[in-house]
Every structure is written in C-alpha cells, then in structure tokens.
Design a protein around this ligand. Structure first.
Ligand code: 6R9
Length: 645
C-alpha cells in the first residue's frame, strides 16, 4: 500500500471556519465535562421551542433508554421553515436538479412553506393525525421533502422507504408500522429510465389493510391504475387547500420518524428517532462538520430513503436556513462528468457523497472531472463505508485540486447524525480515517473480554454516553433494541463496527463485525438475502457473505444448495438473482452465486461463515481450523467449485 501523507490544516482552511483546533478541543471538553450546560446552550442556539425543557438529558442504557429535553415542546417544520421566513422568505431552500440536465428549479423558503402547509392540510383532511404513521415511497423530487416536513408539521411519524425497494419490501415496512397513508409518485426517473413506483405501490397495498389513503405525485404522467376510494392526485388535492396550517406542538421525545435498516438477524428494524434531540444534532453537525457558511450551496448526493438523506438533505440544512441541492438522477448519467457539471451549474460549495460513487467516477477517468471548473467547491465529504486511501487521494487531488479538506463522517441510521468526523479548520486529515469524535460523543474500543482498550489499539466500537440523536427504540419492539445495541456490552451502545485507534487518537473503521453487508454504502443483512434465495423452489439452503469489490466496496457472494433433482442451469442463476430483486430490490442482487453440494457446518448445525468468507475472498490458504466441521470434505468441494473473479 502507498503511504498517504497527512493533510495538515492550512491557513487557507482556517481563514473563516467555525472551529480551529483550540476551539474544537475547548468545546469538546465542555461537551463531555459539563454536558448539561453545553447541550442547553446548543439547544438555545440551534432550535426554537414553544416550551422550555425541565431536564436536558437522561440515560439508562440497561433499558435501552435515552431522553433529551424532556418537558419541552417544539415543531420540526416550524424550526426548518417558519422561523426563517422573516429573513429568508425569498432565499432558495431547495435547488432541484432533474435527471435530465435541462430540468432544474429553485424553491424558496416561502414556496417550501406553502407547499408543506398545503400537503399537511391534505393529510389532516384525510384524517391523518398526530402519532399516525405515513409511508413515503418517492423519487428524488421536492415533494419528497414536502412530504417529510408535512408529516412533521402535523405530528405524523414518517417512514420513508427507498424508491429502489420492491413491492414486497415496501409491503413489509408499511405493515410493520401499520401506516395509514402512503405518499408516492406515478413514476420516478433515474439515469434516463422510468421507475414504476405506482405499480409497485399498488402491488404492495394489496396486502396493506391499514392504508386508507395514497397520495400520488404526477412526475411523468404515465398511465397508472386508480383506486378511487384510496388514491388522491397530489396536484388536485393540494390545489384545494390553504397555505396556512397550524403546526402541532410536539413533546421533545415524541417520535419524528421511523427508518428501516438491516441488522445481522431477522427482518429490517424500524429505527425510531424523536423530535428535539434528533433535530439538534442534525442541525449542529451540519453547521460544524460542513463548516456551513451563509450563502453556501450545499449538495448531498444521498437518496432521502436513507438516513443521510434525512439528516443531510432535509433536516440539518433546513434547520440552518441553508440551500440544499437535491438531485433526481445518478452520477453517471448522461455521463461520468454529471456531478461536476452540476457543481458548476449551481455553484456548489460543499459536496457530500459515498466512497462507492467516488470509486466509480475515479474509474471513468480524470477527463470527466477536469473538463469542469469546480472553482466553487470549498469542502468535500464522504459517508457510508470506509474510504480506501487511493480513492481519498483522488477525490482530494483531482476533484478538490488539493484545495478542499475532506470530511470522512462515520455514523449510522441509529446514531441519527455524525459521530466521528473531522472538522474543517480544526482537524488534520489522514486518508481513510474518520478522525475524532464530534462534540458530546464518547467512543471507546472494547477487546474480546469486553474491556476498554487504552491508547492505540483495536476492538469493537462502542459509545459510552447518550448523544442527542441517539436511536430511541426499534418500532414496536423495544426488546429488540436492547438486545441489538445494549446487550453485547452492557452499559455501552454497540455500533456493530470494528475500529482501530492510532497514536494520535484517530479512529479507523475496519468494517462491520456482524453479518451485515455494506454494498455500495447500502446496509443489508446476509439473512435477508438468504431468505430471499430460499424462496426459490429449487433452493434448499443459502449462505451469503461479502467479498471485496473494487467499486461497490463489498460484493454479494451467495452459496446455494439445491433440492434433490433440481438442475443447475443458466436460467436458475437468473431466477435466483431475480428473486432477490423481487423480495428486496436490485441492490440485493448477488454478484456471484455458487451452487454447492453442501455448506460447511459445525456438528451443532451452524454454518461456518468464516470459511465461506475466506473462499469468497480468495484466501483459501488461511482457512483456519476446520476440525469442528461435521463433514470437512464439503470444504474441498466448495474450493473446487468456487467462482473465480
Ligand atoms: C450514515 C450511514 C451505517 C454503517 C456503519 C459503518 C458504515 C458509515 C462510514 C462507515 C466507515 C465511514 N459507515 N459511514 N464506515 N467510514 N465514514 O451510512 O448509515 O446506512 O445505517 O450505515 O455504514 O459500517 O455501521 P447506515
């Protein structure tokens, strides 16, 4: 591996930044030594409350509990919109860039207010009230943001489901949360292709008895089937209601949203976030991590279906009164220069994306980058998976022309907002390291015995103290929340990641320590893909592991055993990929499927994934001990039949 140099904070970096190293260290010290005072001050600075809190924070990890600003009341939509209107009514809140490079529009804070209030009124008229769950299954269009904020305004809990998920996956999520309404579109548009959202939604809703209303945005005008009792055109309904809508005052700990994410076992979990703490940390990290300055155009390329879209397209930027760019398309359409063309077109100052996108664009060649000016760019960011130093260096040197610091932000759906991240102007950067903790975050590394590692070392990454945007529960199953995050290491929040800490106290995420895959920055449980595969009538058993993939970070390698008499054909391979797309979505399609005569199992019947992982990674010389296997000869057959890459 090439040794990559540290990028020191330069004078140019610190010219106007919110933090230099001394300020970061002073604020961090206060945040952990006097957290109640620190966070009360931050809440005063970042949020408007209609009623002040009685207590700042409370935590009991043994019960999986955290609570912030109890006794206070506020409304998230008022914080993201109304309070900016006196000074920012005409300022752009959202820039929407369509899939087609000729489509874009600017939405001012006043327009955002009008649209959100209208949709909130429509929801209320259809009987949706505080505490009800509303599913949002949308393409990347401004109405997705309106929908989230309209829910927040009336106190409904939104559950955004990524538009790439299948009808089956959508159905499960709607039913888990017993949503009463769905907001969707006729079709989405990505990379010049149509995505049949209404068709998918109709299929899902056949088995979702709780949904009484489906509000449909007309995006492409495609012919769609219609259920008069249930379906409502967005443009028709919103044209008949007022642009005024009284906001529901919510308790600080009232739920704001549910977002499903994959774990090592079982079905996806509905991660529950609440109102005040979530918004505070989303807002505060947005300002400090991205060093947001008045007038900056900021662009996060995530989809609103993931937590990054929630915190860093919608809530963080809008709580700060910023201008947030929302892109409907993909980075490679019409060609691999699209992102940089967009940066020039809209004068983007801050650009936030995933390592998988960086690697894909790096592979396309520098000329797609250098044909643009990118002079507006001041800061670059990454999220979603560890970034390999080569990709970091390319991002830094070619995209940012060495001028822009890179913030490598480690966090999770469950953490709600940034947890480990550099701050521009304060933190020297090491390519591949998410560096140091954000204010108030106290990470630790635990060894195999659950003891804290002191100084440099490696272990399981845990968090010791509550932070404002901490997961509050798994929707409908608090026990599962305790079991997943607070039981492995009692007294700590367990992230599921491994990490190393170096001599400077910098953290290096080494990847998941559980059976969770990270494919192109998308989290997926191996168990989910396995249960899709075994749906096929020819499949007896399936075991899925990850392997290193140049672009995606991890690829999906599936081992499958067949029912007696089933034939190994090309069609079968295709059908198996198809069933994953059908049950979960295209992101779950295995890259490699190996039909094996048997799976390596212990005598107690447990599949030894370690061996399957080694074979998938071409590391057959270091398989380790196979003596506990019920039938060691299975391993030879698997090695023999492995699919070379
Ligand atoms: C925000 C988001 C969370 C998992 C997390 C970790 C990986 C995220 C990372 C990173 C290394 C980073 N991850 N950011 N690994 N460096 N900067 O991605 O949420 O979809 O819940 O995924 O992603 O493994 O545990 P989510």
């Amino acid at each position: 591996m090439i040794a990559h140099a540290i990028r020191k904070v330069s004078e140019a970096d610190t010219a106007n930044t919110h933090c230099d190293l001394a300020r970061y260290e002073a604020m961090y010290a206060k945040s952990v030594n006097e957290p109640e005072i620190f966070w009360a001050e931050q809440a005063e600075e970042f949020l408007n409350f209609s009623k002040k809190w009685d207590s700042v924070m409370r935590q009991d990890f043994s019960r999986g509990e955290a609570a912030w600003f109890e006794g206070a009341s506020l409304n998230v939509a008022e914080n993201c919109i109304d309070r900016h209107l006196p000074t920012r009514a005409d300022q752009t809140a959202l820039i929407w860039e369509g899939d087609n490079p000729e489509d874009s529009k600017h939405i001012s804070y006043q327009m955002l207010s009008d649209e959100v209030n209208k949709l909130a009124n429509v929801l209320r008229h259809r009987g949706v009230k505080k505490g009800d769950r509303v599913c949002i299954y949308m393409p990347m269009i401004p109405e997705a943001t309106y929908a989230m904020l309209a829910c927040a305004r009336i106190g409904a809990i939104h559950s955004v489901v990524f538009g790439g998920f299948s009808p089956e996956a959508l159905k499960d999520r709607i039913n888990d949360a017993t949503c009463s309404a769905l907001i969707t579109a006729d079709e989405g548009v990505r990379g010049g292709r149509q995505v049949p959202l209404k068709v998918n939604a109709d299929l899902a809703l056949e088995a979702c008895p709780s949904v009484h209303t489906s509000i449909v945005v007309k995006r492409t005008g495609a012919d769609v089937s219609w259920n008069d009792a249930r379906d409502v055109w967005y443009h028709e309904a919103t044209s008949q209601v007022s642009t005024e809508c009284v906001a529901e005052q919510m308790a600080a700990e009232d739920p704001l949203f549910i977002l499903y994410t994959s774990g090592s076992t079982g079905t996806p979990k509905g991660v529950l976030h609440t109102t005040a703490g979530y918004l505070l940390q989303a807002a505060m990290t947005f300002k400090y991590t991205f060093d947001y300055q008045e007038g900056d155009v900021y662009w996060c390329t995530a989809d609103v279906g993931w937590v990054t879209g929630h915190s860093y397209i919608v809530y963080g930027p809008l709580a700060n009164g910023a201008t947030s760019l929302m892109f409907e398309g993909v980075p490679t359409y019409p060609d691999a220069g699209r992102c940089w063309d967009i940066c020039d077109k809209h004068n983007v100052a801050i650009f936030y994306t995933a390592p998988t996108a960086i690697r894909a664009l790096m592979g396309a060649g520098d000329e797609y980058v250098t044909r643009s000016s990118r002079k507006s760019l001041r800061l670059l960011g990454t999220v979603g998976e560890p970034i390999n130093p080569e990709a970091w260096q390319w991002y830094h040197d070619v995209v940012g022309e060495t001028r822009c610091p890179i913030v490598d932000t480690w966090w999770q759906t469950e953490t709600g907002a940034h947890m480990l991240t550099p701050l521009p102007g304060a933190t020297d950067l090491k390519p591949g390291s998410a560096t140091r903790p954000f204010f108030g975050v106290v990470p630790a590394l635990l060894d195999g015995d659950g003891k804290e590692v002191e100084g440099p070392g490696e272990g399981s990454l845990v968090i010791k103290n509550t932070w404002p945007s901490q997961i509050r529960s798994v929707y409908g199953d608090h026990k599962r929340c305790i079991d997943t995050y607070y039981t492995t290491y009692p007294g700590y929040y367990f992230a599921g990641d491994g990490a190393r800490r170096d001599e400077d106290g910098y953290y290096w995420i080494t990847g998941r320590v559980d059976d969770v895959l990270n494919v192109s920055g998308h989290r997926m449980g191996t168990a989910e893909v396995e249960s899709a595969l075994v749906e096929h009538t020819s499949v007896n058993e399936a075991a899925v592991v990850g392997y290193p993939h140049d672009i995606k970070g991890q690829g999906i390698y599936a081992y499958v055993t067949l029912m007696a008499g089933a034939e190994v054909t090309d069609e079968l391979q295709q059908e198996l990929r198809q069933i994953c797309t059908q049950e979960i979505g295209a992101i779950a399609k295995p890259d490699i499927i190996q039909i094996a005569p048997g799976l390596p199992k212990t005598r107690s019947g447990k599949i030894m994934r370690r061996i399957l992982r080694k074979v998938a990674c071409n590391e057959i010389d270091t398989l380790g001990d196979t003596s506990t296997l019920a039938d060691p000869s299975v391993v030879d057959a698997i090695i023999e039949g492995r699919v070379n890459r």
